[in-house]
Design a protein around this ligand. Structure first.
Ligand code: SDX
Length: 427
């Protein structure tokens, strides 16, 4: 593979370096282009632009490959668990038994919200969406641990392990506190025993005297968190990196990432999928009419398509089979699962979707399991954020450790040229 490229502009040629990643991806290094030629590159939406070198996650969109720190997502889904994957993403290696046990204990100690943070969640406006509550709660959490969010990179890196454990532990508690506020119930303290997901389900839904959490439920939720844990330079992770590049602490960087994830084209899609499936079900359509409207550009088949995957999202494959197990364990049938299956079957045979390489993505099936578990639809993206937190944190750490410059893209100006001020009488 060549390590040089030349760019000819008029009668001048510029030599540009080409460099190769560990998976043989190649990039044209344009870092000197503006200085040498006055030219910038243009790529609105950054679909063809590498913003960084990263070692956290590898995706091959054409082959439908996803690996965290080199480990394939299907193998991790089968053999690992969410907290172990958190350490893998944060530290770059699978943890030893001692490291995992110590992390689990640290997370368990942080799973109860500080009273002032709980109070801040409970005093937020009733109309605030759970994603708005989560982002605000994250910032409030940082305020309870100011030594973990100093905006001094060296200090924030030194305390990063505690900050990461605190955030991973507290996001479920923030979600549960907001949920119980919305349902008019008192905050439920974490269990003294139970694993991460059992604790979260208990804080969300348990009533006095309830039987213990169904292990199949906590296992299905653990898988959903694991599958959402990272996804290289997606919209919210790039936002996290952008904020981190300015030297901001992990709490502020993740609060920004939560806002980016909220959008319906990104993490908000899991809510949009369920609303879409419920609407189709209620309209009596078997999905055919909806597919037609999507082909006419009147609607979008939410949970389908991806900026990177031009093949089946490997996470969707895993979730599709997990749906059956989860629903069976719950002893519930789901009419919307049947509709989802039919939509997928029709879409995967339709030239409109085939030509555009539109396949189910991670959001297409996740919401069906979450709805069957009893999560309100408007909390689905919050669950995505809980899963994605270790990925955001790993990218914050990567930026902080590599000391990269502040991110500052350029632009091509298309506005008015110089003009003189006119007094209001002359306008
Ligand atoms: C996530 O980046 C990540 O890694 C994200 C994520 C992660 O883990 O962080 O994987 C999580 O965000 C998954 C994506 C969730 N979003 C949705 O499911 C929303 C529905 N999907 C689309 O809005 C869309 O596919 C996007 C936003 C995901 C990707 O959009 P692109 O690649 O920019 O594609 P496009 O909008 O340029 O569309 C290309 C063509 C268009 O048709 P034409 O103009 O060529 O005729 O495909 C069509 C689009 O109309 N199209 C769809 C479609 N998605 C694209 N048509 C119907 N239904 C869809 N879902």
């Amino acid at each position: 593979m060549s390590d040089k490229a030349t760019l000819s502009l008029g009668d001048t040629t510029y030599s540009l370096n080409v460099f190769t990643g560990t998976e043989n991806e190649q990039a044209l290094d344009v870092r000197q282009l503006r200085k040498d030629s006055g030219l910038i590159t243009f790529d609105d939406g950054y679909g063809n632009t590498g913003s960084c070198e990263s070692s956290v996650t590898y995706i091959d969109g054409d082959k439908g490959i996803l690996r965290y720190r080199g480990y394939d997502i299907a193998e991790l889904a089968k053999k690992s668990n969410f907290l172990e994957v958190c350490l893998l993403l944060l530290n770059g290696e699978l943890p030893s038994k001692e490291e995992l046990t110590s992390f689990e204990q640290k997370v368990a100690t942080f799973q109860n919200l500080p009273p002032e943070v709980l109070q801040s969640v409970q005093s937020m406006p009733a109309g605030l969406h759970p994603m708005g509550s989560l982002g605000s709660g994250l910032q409030a959490l940082g305020g309870s641990f100011p030594h973990l969010c100093t905006n001094d990179r060296a200090k924030d890196l030194e305390n990063f392990d505690d900050a990461a454990a605190l955030i991973i532990a507290s996001l479920p508690a923030l979600a549960a506190a907001n949920h119980r506020k919305m349902t008019g119930e008192d905050y439920k303290h974490p269990l003294s025993s139970g694993n991460y997901c059992e604790n979260f389900l208990s804080m969300m839904f348990s009533q006095e005297g309830d039987s213990p959490i169904n292990p199949s439920l906590s296992k299905a939720l653990d898988l959903i968190f694991l599958l959402h844990a990272d996804h290289e330079q997606n919209c919210s992770t790039s936002t996290c990196r952008m904020i981190a590049s300015g030297g901001a602490n992990p709490f502020a960087s993740l609060a920004g990432a939560v806002s980016a994830l909220w959008g319906p084209l990104h993490g908000g899609a899991n809510m949009a999928v369920i609303n879409m499936l419920n609407d189709i079900h209620q309209s009596g359509d078997d999905g055919s009419k909806f597919i037609q409207s999507a082909k006419e550009g009147k609607s979008r088949l939410m949970g389908f398509g991806h900026r990177v995957y031009r093949n089946y999202d490997p996470r969707a494959k895993i979730l599709k089979s997990a749906c059956d197990q989860a629903l069976e364990a719950l002893g519930v049938s789901s009419p919307i699962l049947d509709i989802a299956r039919r939509l997928e079957e029709v879409a995967l045979q339709d030239p409109y979707f085939i030509d555009r390489k539109l396949y189910p993505n991670v959001d297409f099936y996740s919401g069906i399991i979450l709805q069957a578990m009893g999560f309100p639809t408007n909390t689905f993206t919050v669950l995505f954020a809980i899963g994605r937190a270790p990925g955001w944190l790993a990218h914050w750490k990567e930026i902080a450790q590599t000391g990269k410059k502040i991110h500052r893209p350029r632009q091509i100006y298309q506005g008015s040229n110089l003009r003189d001020y006119k007094t209001i009488e002359d306008r």
